[in-house]
Write a protein that binds this ligand. Structure first.
Ligand SMILES: NC(=O)c1ccc[n+]([C@@H]2O[C@H](COP(=O)([O-])OP(=O)(O)OC[C@H]3O[C@@H](n4cnc5c(N)ncnc54)[C@H](OP(=O)(O)O)[C@@H]3O)[C@@H](O)[C@H]2O)c1
Length: 242
């Protein structure tokens, strides 16, 4: 999908990868960019509409959706990551609330607009969706669940012309992993590669050097093969149901 003249909504748009995605969408000629955030900030570019959106607050999601007339691309980017050791239910719930249920609730609210435009859903996930990073297990679980949900949505929405993309991010230099001393991609390069992947129609997008190193193996691997086999069980009439 080409970004020029499209309408894009990014959650968690006030910093990090979300902010870079807003800037990159504008650079590629997006018609309108909804920059959704818990504390939205004004933007000098008139094509940007700030939206107040805490993805865990269901009461905020529907009013935010009502402010949007048309939408081609929803980017579920908002996320939290904190260290834990799987001894604390609160840590698990806090990660699931944003990274899984937040993504699900926002997707459901904007789906009628995306169905109408035959648009795209882009979920910012992680290498730890594919294998747990045991220093952040609750985060890993939430991103694995969100990846799994992405696979189901992809199959369920295909009949309605909505494409669903998983972004498998490796380390990117943002507040999220500030304390992790490893090579990191810049948010700007990740944003460019996410839109490149979307424009090329890639289901799974690997936007940085660390994630790109597994892309070929992933695409030819047994898990991808299984995903396709399982997707074939979705009845065509269910896939087409509005
Ligand atoms: N950086 C990495 O290395 C990396 C790697 C893999 C995946 N990712 C994923 O990429 C996405 C962006 O991460 P980032 O690195 O840009 O992180 P970041 O710099 O920490 O930014 C996180 C963003 O999510 C927002 N957010 C958190 N909770 C929210 C909520 N309840 N409602 C709405 N927005 C909320 C934050 O808003 P506030 O400013 O209001 O807190 C902020 O805009 C996340 O989904 C993350 O899991 C990042």
């Amino acid at each position: 999908m080409n970004i020029t003249n499209k309408t894009v909504l990014v959650t968690g748009a006030n910093r990090g990868i979300g902010q870079a995605l807003v800037n990159e969408a504008l650079r590629r000629g997006a018609k309108r960019v909804y920059a959704a955030a818990r504390s939205p900030q004004p933007n000098a570019d008139k094509r940007v509409t700030p939206l107040t959106l805490d993805v865990t607050r269901v009461a905020q999601i529907q009013p935010a959706a009502a402010e949007v007339e048309t939408l081609d691309i929803l980017i579920n980017n908002a996320g939290v990551a904190n260290y834990d050791d799987l001894t604390n239910l609160d840590a698990m719930e806090a990660h699931l609330a944003v990274n899984l249920f937040g993504t699900w609730n926002v997707t459901r609210a904007f789906l009628p607009l995306l169905t109408r435009s035959k648009g795209a859903i882009v979920n910012n996930l992680s290498l730890v969706s594919l294998a747990a990073l045991p220093v952040i297990p609750a985060y890993s679980i939430s991103k694995a669940a969100a990846f799994n949900m992405t696979q189901s949505l992809r199959a369920l929405l295909a009949g309605q012309g909505v494409t669903v993309h998983a972004v498998v991010l490796g380390p990117v230099d943002t507040d999220m992993n500030r304390g992790f001393d490893i090579p990191k991609a810049s948010p700007e390069s990740a944003a460019r590669n996410i839109f490149d992947g979307l424009e090329k129609g890639e289901e799974d997008i690997f936007p940085d050097p660390a994630s790109l190193s597994i892309a070929e193996g992933w695409r030819a691997g047994v898990v991808k093969t299984l995903e396709r086999q399982f997707a074939a069980f979705v009845p065509q009439n269910a896939a087409n149901a509005g």
